[in-house]
Design a protein around this ligand. Structure first.
Ligand code: AVJ
Length: 322
């Protein structure tokens, strides 16, 4: 049935890319959904709650590393730098960095959400009056032309990529993304990037299967979002959150397990689920310090410094473009 042709139904227009990504993913042998779709408004709010959980060490560990080592990071970056932040989000992480830099020349946040960018720009312009902010709307993974700020040609550019976002990319994609970053930089420019580290699997599994079940809600929201936006009828009570550390792949995998054999309809298409079958919704790759340094070298960077917490749970790296 063609729902769009029904005169009775004033459905909002369907996001075609989302729809085709969902169907493509659910037609795979191992069903999967791209993790970027976890972050609609509800998902982003749930992720913010995850960041505040005791079980989720990632965000607060990174924040503590920044807090403790900002002067050294600022020293690596040097004066008159242009800071480019792909996937900037709310700018909370970059603000202390910008405040500790010597005479930063410009800040260039890139994000897919124009609302988030507007708020971020207002915040930075308020906190750092006089710093030019050149916000750009777009998907940084496939952006051809990166924005620039007037009068900054020739100055050092530093890409700021915190939050272990690189962990969401599989090794091949991570390599391609770093190479893409490198291609936007000139020799001597920099990359300041955060990575979660390989560690005890109990710590990892607790972080992705928290006792307050916020991660479960975050994961299941993806199905709720598909129901809301793509005219689907997922029964959320028929799926359970599962996450586990895969030591060979060095990643935490997040899945939704179908609790019984059943069918779901999405915009008129039926998708069958077997009992115990999963939808793979996210990977969160963990790196060793040596492994990440090698990846940096392979993609045209020289790792110059890294900072970690006492437990070696997380690391922030500064690398220079060769
Ligand atoms: C936003 C990708 C860093 O992998 O730790 C948190 C996302 N997923 N809990 C991560 C996430 C489940 C998070 N990153």
């Amino acid at each position: 049935m063609n729902m769009a042709a029904s005169p009775m139904r004033a459905a909002p227009p369907i996001d075609e890319a989302f729809y085709s990504d969902v169907l493509q993913g659910l037609h795979r042998e191992q069903k999967s959904l791209p993790c970027k779709y976890l972050y609609d408004e509800t998902g982003s709010r749930l992720f913010e709650r995850i960041c505040e959980l005791g079980d989720y060490y990632v965000t607060r560990t990174e924040a503590a590393i920044f807090e403790q080592h900002l002067p050294e990071m600022a020293h690596c970056i040097g004066p008159r730098a242009v800071i480019v932040e792909p996937g900037a989000g709310n700018c909370e992480k970059v603000r202390p960095l910008l405040e500790s830099l010597e005479n930063p020349a410009a800040y260039i946040p890139i994000d897919i959400s124009p609302e988030i960018l507007l708020a971020a720009r207002a915040d930075i312009e308020h906190r750092l009056p006089g710093l030019p902010v050149e916000a750009a709307v777009g998907d940084f993974t496939c952006m051809e032309a990166w924005p620039t700020a007037d009068g900054t040609a020739g100055l050092r550019q530093v890409i700021f990529f915190p939050g272990s976002t690189i962990g969401n990319f599989d090794p091949q994609q991570a390599r391609a993304l770093l190479a893409h970053f490198r291609s936007r930089l000139k020799r001597g420019d920099g990359l300041l990037i955060g990575t979660d580290l390989v560690k005890d699997s109990v710590v990892l599994e607790r972080a992705y299967h928290d006792s307050a079940h916020v991660t479960a809600d975050f994961n299941k929201n993806l199905l709720a979002r598909i129901n809301r936006e793509l005219d689907a009828d997922f029964d959320l009570s028929l799926f359970a959150h599962r996450s586990f550390y895969h030591p060979l792949r060095q990643r935490v995998e997040m899945h939704l397990v179908s609790l019984k054999s059943h069918c779901v309809s999405i915009g008129g298409e039926r998708i069958a689920f077997r009992e115990g079958e999963t939808i793979h919704t996210e990977n969160s790759h963990k790196y060793s310090l040596a492994g990440f340094a090698e990846l940096l070298r392979d993609t045209g960077f020289s790792p110059l410094a890294h900072w970690s917490d006492a437990k070696q749970h997380y690391a922030v790296h500064y690398a220079q473009a060769d």
